[in-house]
Design a protein around this ligand. Structure first.
Ligand code: SMO
Length: 763
């Protein structure tokens, strides 16, 4: 099969993107459209005595300036909290309202307080600056540990002590007992640093309202038009979801941050209804730094027990996490349901317990970021295992191999209740070590150029997918055009290519005649879950396979009639139905033309996650004089179950590694601890990795098919960002181990490394 699965088919969308002819939300314009600007809190914490919009409303070109009072008067509701859990003591977690505009108090720098609409973007911006805020400053608190301290300033009356959630997985007492009985306990405290998502295209929204039909339309960059509609609309407007159509055109990056609804998406709809004209809002980069949900931001203490034979006996983790100054839709998901179940990684650990406290803090809300909790779990266990190997004095690979779940024990249910269906971890690890020339490293380490060299190994596993359904519809029109409708949303992953490949293979068609349509709640598909948690190829792929199969069944029936044979006598290959032993045949496109078009619908359900896993090997050279780290080599071997397209797949892994190294080496959101002012509010101050910060990557696969997905696929989108931080930090710690350094917290910026080297030398 020329263009089928497994082929390095070139991305069909790239010509559009690299020639500047992509169509993003900001490229779409409507007659009579208005421009909105958001007035944002200039302080991190304060009592909002008043918002005076009178001067702004008087300005030329300005049509409206809305405050929380206006929204309340119109009965506008709050943003949703999708993940709601109980405290460990059984009490409900508090749910302070996440209003579209702040009223009464502001709780993070950049929180929206007013929404100004004018006939030009410039006029809206000028008017936003004319809105007068009367705020009494309150002390701010930006670190979860500080927020949970006795005398901390309280953000929400509903959340005493700033405790958003106290949650637990497993029995702490049992873990303590198992640790007490262990021959050795290895301890580690580490920080998973707060980072900005940095999507290439900042957020945006255009609201339209058809007063006659009472219908809203929202055009917005998102990770799934259906998700945004279903999560946000009813709760905010009190109207049934079918009154809103959401359209998502091309999107420049989401990484979890665009999976959730934002105030501005609801505000453009509100303003469009009030003003009877389209209202558009485009975030600036500065606003993105302030108001996009951010990732990670938790600190953990962990204890790993080992017996006399170095087998793991128990793992206990205590985590403090930040929620930020408002509870985002999946705000509590990452450090609870997502990360802790994956705490034991690929190892047999009989007893595992995690205690998590999430605190409200005066900074941007926290939500999903590429991996959304699983990177934290992988970072923790892979740093811990590495530290254990160093304390014992055995190779990091040897300790891992000793404790890895062997393939003959699959499926394996962890102590945290997760069932891995498949995987061959030792084999993948050894293949990666071979590809990285692990054996040759001691010679490379010996190079006498003043640099300290180190090699780091990390083995990640993650759980992909959100249990549920995904729909697809495949149509062949009478003119031969093939359209695939799916509800997942590419934000750069190349879905137009991968779904075309799947459909081309299933129907034996030329990829050039297949078009993929996504990003519209009006698409005729039975269900849609959007693109999160590396689920698109697993769930959307399953849906497309079902839909293509349904279409093929109809086509086969029709072809048998046309060829006047029993359907069972037909062969189907390369897009043709043939009667064996004769020259009678008909193409599937001709069948569609003769019967007035064909369609197939798939509604695929997968309730079990897939478990991509793999080994990352990172090699670094650290300059002890400057603290500068050069990544010399980077090697990955992944188990993605089945490769659909090796080009697209490596692209996913490359991007993930860059983001993972970014978090580990250069990225960190910095708020002033006293005032909560943002000190890293632009790319001048925030260290996004650049091309020369990373080497060429060696990325290959050693696949073991997933047994719970009909295509055998394991999700691949987040993987690179999960394996990279522990591999990188393990490598740097290895390089500095001669100085007695056993741990460094991310990001390993030159100053942090230099200071650690100086401190170690002074000892
Ligand atoms: S971080 Mo994702 O969109 O689950």
């Amino acid at each position: 099969m020329k263009f089928g699965l497994g082929q390095p088919f070139r991305r069909v969308e790239d010509l559009r993107f690299i020639t500047g002819t992509g169509r993003f939300t900001d490229d779409i314009h409507y007659e009579g459209e208005l421009f909105a600007a958001v007035v944002r809190a200039p302080v991190a914490h304060g009592v909002l005595n008043g918002v005076d919009v009178s001067a702004a409303r008087e300005m030329e070109e300005v049509l409206a300036a809305y405050t929380a009072d206006d929204l309340a008067a119109d009965g506008i509701g709050s943003l949703p909290v999708i993940i709601v859990l109980d405290h460990v003591n059984g009490e409900k977690m508090p749910l302070p309202a996440h209003t579209l505009l702040a009223g009464g108090k502001v709780r993070y720098l950049g929180e929206p307080v007013a929404f100004v609409v004018a006939t030009s973007a410039r006029a809206a911006q000028d008017a936003a600056e004319a809105v007068m805020l009367d705020i009494d400053d309150l002390p701010a608190v930006v670190e979860p540990a500080d927020a949970l301290a006795e005398d901390a300033p309280e953000l929400f009356a509903e959340a005493p002590g700033n405790l958003a959630l106290h949650w637990r997985l497993g029995e702490i007492d049992a873990a303590d007992a198992a640790l007490d009985a262990s021959a050795r306990v290895v301890e580690l405290e580490l920080i998973n640093n707060r980072i900005v998502v940095s999507s290439m295209e900042p957020r945006n929204a255009i609201g339209l309202y058809d007063a006659e039909a009472g219908q809203f339309t929202l055009v917005t960059g998102s990770q799934g038009s259906h998700m945004i509609r279903d999560f946000m609309f009813e709760g905010v407007f009190g109207l049934p979801a079918d009154r809103l159509r959401v359209i998502t055109p091309d999107v420049g990056g989401g990484f979890g941050m665009k999976a959730i609804p934002y105030p501005e998406q609801a505000l453009v709809l509100y303003a469009a209804r009030k003003l009877g004209r389209p209202v558009r809002w485009q975030s600036s980069r500065a606003e993105a730094f302030l108001s996009d949900t951010q990732g990670r931001d938790n600190a953990s203490k962990a204890w790993l027990g080992l017996d006399a034979e170095n087998r793991f006996t128990a793992l206990k983790v205590e985590t403090l996490a930040s929620a930020g100054g408002a509870l985002s839709a999946f705000g509590v998901y990452c450090p609870t349901l997502s990360g802790p179940p994956m705490a034991p990684g690929v190892y047999k650990v009989p007893v595992v317990a995690t205690d998590v406290r999430i605190a409200y803090t005066n900074n941007a809300p926290i939500d999903a970021y590429r991996g959304a909790g699983r990177p934290e779990a992988a970072y923790l266990i892979e740093r811990l295992v590495d530290k254990a190997a160093r304390e014992i004095g055995i190779g990091p690979d040897a300790l891992r191999a000793l404790n890895m779940i062997p393939p003959e024990e699959m499926p394996h249910t962890t102590a945290t209740g997760v069932t891995y269906d498949s995987g061959d971890f030792v084999r993948v690890m050894h293949k990666a070590m071979e590809a990285a020339d692990w054996a040759g490293f001691s010679a490379r380490r010996a190079v006498a150029d003043g640099k300290l060299r180190g090699i780091g190994l990390a083995y990640y596993i993650e759980r992909t997918g959100v249990p549920g359904k995904e729909g697809a519809r495949v149509e062949i029109a009478t003119d031969g055009a093939v359209i695939v409708h799916v509800g997942t949303q590419s934000t750069g992953q190349g879905h137009e290519t991968t779904y075309v490949q799947m459909t081309a293979e299933a129907l034996g068609l030329d990829p050039a005649c297949i078009t993929v349509k996504t990003g519209d709640t009006d698409h005729p598909i039975p269900s849609a879950g959007g693109t999160v948690a590396s689920r698109s190829m697993v769930h959307g792929g399953g849906a497309v396979k079902l839909a293509a199969g349904a279409l093929l069944a109809k086509a086969s029936h029709a072809a048998a009639k046309l060829l006047e044979v029993n359907e069972r006598e037909l062969d189907f290959d390369d897009g043709l139905f043939r009667v064996p032993g004769t020259n009678r045949h008909v193409g599937i496109v001709d069948v569609a033309a003769k019967v007035g078009g064909l369609e197939g619908i798939g509604d695929f359900e997968q309730m079990i996650g897939t478990f991509p896993n793999g080994a990352h090997v990172c090699e670094v050279a650290v300059d002890p004089e400057t603290g500068f780290i050069k990544v010399k080599r980077y090697t990955v071997v992944d188990d993605f179950g089945r490769t659909l397209n090796p080009l697209v797949l490596s692209g996913q892994v490359h991007g993930g590694i860059a983001q993972g190294i970014g978090q580990a080496m250069t990225e960190r959101t910095v708020y002033d601890p006293e005032t909560g002012q943002l000190l890293s509010g632009s790319f001048m101050d925030y260290g996004l990795p650049r091309a020369d910060d990373v080497p060429f990557f060696s990325v290959t696969t050693q696949n073991t098919p997933c047994t719970t997905n009909p295509l055998g696929i394991k999700g691949a989108g987040e993987a690179g960002a999960i394996g990279a931080p522990p591999a990188f930090v393990n490598a740097v710690v290895d390089a500095l181990s001669g100085l007695g350094i056993t741990h460094l917290d991310m990001p390993l910026t030159p100053s942090r490394v230099w200071e650690a080297v100086q401190a170690a030398k002074a000892l």
